[in-house]
Design a protein around this ligand. Structure first.
Ligand code: OAD
Length: 307
């Protein structure tokens, strides 16, 4: 991709783009929620580092669908750390809603599962939750879908949540995973204080929040948005607070036309792809506020933040 650095390399150049653009695509990750106390995944003090401290040898295994089917307790031991305790949203969230109010937002692709974009009032049809969210949950056996909030008590109390329709919790303790003594299962049973080996109990009837795990397909909505040709019309791409390490979301940046200016706002630079403008700042909110100030939108942003 030919970069357009001479044209788009200052705050004011980006502001000009913001004023001119009519079909902005925004792609966000965990970095837009860390100012609210929610952990990101791959920072030194992020969620995966924390899982590693608890002994998980492969932290991202927590989101592996095979692991979940075999040992849902691993997910239920740690999921409370990701469950948002807040309905507040950050200026970066508000900015996306502001773009919609100004009729500039084509689509928000979010990898976040905290569901906080919705709190800003953003229209449903603008949001693609690429990795799902805690908002709903599905029984892995009978596929019954329920409100995700019905699981919150179990998640907060680190209990596996079972479907009330098709299954009761197993009465016997699960056998330790026989094969490998993987760190992950050790860690889980350490947390849960059981070392007894008993008959294997099928993990049917476990409820799973509708988060897209590794090994699962992304929601249809993602592929519809990518496949319907709309991204061709993108006239500005803004990526905020994501390491762009997870495919296929990371590949979105190559789906927009090569001539579309691409802006990256985050704490850590990305090395594996090039943007026209990189705003590297400890807090993406600072960059957003500065852009809005220069665009003459600060009052609008403040109003949204105070709602
Ligand atoms: P990562 O943790 O990989 O990346 C977050 C990025 O945001 C990093 O580059 C941080 O430096 C940056 N960052 C953190 N706080 C920031 C702040 N206040 N201001 C600016 N930048 C900040 O998170 P994602 O890219 O979202 O999957 O991770 C993608 C997926 O990997 C997630 O959706 C998750 C995970 O496996 C699921 O939840 C299923």
């Amino acid at each position: 991709r030919r970069l357009k650095l001479p044209q788009y390399n200052t705050f004011d150049d980006v502001v000009k783009q913001l004023h001119n653009a009519k079909n902005i695509v925004v792609l966000v990750g965990a970095g837009i929620s860390t100012s609210l106390g929610i952990l990101d995944f791959r920072s030194d003090n992020g969620f995966y580092a924390r899982l590693a401290q608890h002994g998980l040898s492969e932290p991202s295994e927590m989101f592996d669908i095979r692991t979940f089917r075999e040992e849902p307790g691993i997910f239920y031991t740690f999921a409370k750390e990701l469950l948002p305790e807040t309905h507040h949203y950050s200026p970066s969230h508000a900015f996306i809603r502001l773009l919609e109010q100004k009729n500039k937002l084509a689509t928000l692709f979010t990898q976040n599962i905290d569901n906080l974009e919705r709190e800003t009032g953003l229209s449903e049809e603008k949001i693609v939750q690429c990795h799902g969210s805690f908002a709903t949950a599905t029984c892995i056996q009978c596929k019954r879908k329920i409100e995700g909030s019905l699981l919150y008590d179990d998640i907060r109390n680190q209990r596996i949540s079972y479907c009330t329709e098709c299954n009761q919790p197993p009465t016997k303790k699960r056998k330790l995973a026989s094969s490998s003594d993987r760190m992950s299962s050790d860690a889980y049973y350490r947390e849960n204080g059981t070392e007894e080996e008993e008959d294997d109990v099928p993990q049917a009837g476990v409820m799973k929040p509708d988060i897209t795990f590794f090994g699962e397909a992304l929601p249809d909505q993602f592929f519809e948005k990518v496949g319907n040709g709309d991204l061709e019309k993108t006239d500005l791409l803004i990526c905020i607070g994501t390491s762009l390490k997870v495919a296929p979301v990371s590949e979105l940046i190559s789906v927009v036309p090569p001539s579309t200016p691409q802006i990256y706002i985050s704490r850590t630079p990305v090395r594996h792809t090039q943007f026209d403008v990189n705003f590297i700042s400890p807090f993406c909110d600072w960059v957003i506020v500065e852009l809005c100030k220069r665009a003459g939108w600060l009052k609008d942003l403040e109003e949204l933040c105070n709602e």
